[in-house]
Write a protein that binds this ligand. Sequence first.
Ligand code: SF4
Length: 413
Amino acid sequence: MDYFDSISEKDSVPEALNAKYLYLPGMEPDDIPSHFMEDSIQLRWQDELGNNVTTLEELQEYVDLTAEEKEKLQEVIDIHPMSISRYYLSLIDPKDPNDPIRKMAVPSVNELDVSGFYDTSGEKDNTKLPGLQHKYKNTVLLLSANVCSMYCRHCFRKRMVGLTNDEVMGRFDEAYEYIGAHPEVNNVLISGGDSLILPTKVIGHLLEKLTRLPHLDYIRFGTRMVLAYPDRILKDDELLEVFQAYSKKDRRIYLSTQFNHPNEITEQSTEAVNRIIESGVIVNNQTVLLKGVNDTPEILADLQKNLVRIGVNPYYVFQCRPVKRVKSHFQVPLAEGSRIVDEARGMLDGLSKRFRYAMSHERGKIEILGIMGDEMFFKHQQAKDPEDASRFFKRKLDESAGWLDELQECQPE
Ligand code: SF4
């Protein structure tokens, strides 16, 4: 029997975050009388996620919606569910309709625009087993869950989060065998959904098995929990013990976060980062450049600077992918993005501007180097085809293009 099959219901990943788990309505964790705890009724981090906002009626407690808006938004969330942790909602300024946190969490009628496509980086073609992708020689990506502590409206895996399980790893043993049989793989990225939605027991099991493989140099977890639901880290000492046990001085665990706006750096998320660092894990951040969220040099620079302040390494600023129901709403054109990033870099010190501005394209990870005259310059950082490795190339500048495929080849001189 595979390990995932043996997990009891109590430990399992919640199937949908609108499912109610043990929750004491109206009570904050601190309000719970101690005798409840003694009776072994414990408020676990999963239970609080069962209280996420998932309906428009609940959302109206936080945000004003007209009847017409409500009708349209229902259409949106019937296709891509809404789920927002109460913590993340608390970061929204209810008086500001353009609040950046609101934009990432609250559905918009703009999601009815279906330009773009769902699988923008060819994940289907790179799938070797359900939930296992192998695109770059050295890296295996495991999709470990289709659930998150919130469903970001800009998510590039919108096609699966909160929806189908088909793409999620079901049998870890098969994935483990695959990785074991590929000695060229030196790192595994456990993502989702959100990898930290997995019960701690499962995370411990994954690490225990993966660290047995001598050819793995490091293991990474992709998560937005740190900023979307820091209680996952603040309330689970066992998770930190697991990290501490497996993040060794000669073989580290890395956590990839996705802070997109300085307002996500709060006392709670700072403490969550601190606890992770203290457990010996290295924290890197991948920001997505998002229209109306962080598309000014000032905000982008402020974010990177403050990440360094709390010990998070700026790793990438990603061009928003042309995902259906995301593209028209969130994507900043490449030329504008390049200028924003250049200007932001001008405001930053060396540590804070270590990130690369890049696109996760079907062909690989492509760095957007900049603009000169009427041309844009790019370089492959990771290539699916080894012949493209480190290849430098250019395209004709087009102010409206948001993705490589929308740019024309330059004419030979
Ligand atoms: S947490 Fe990550 S995977 Fe989940 S919805 Fe947000 S961006 Fe997508």
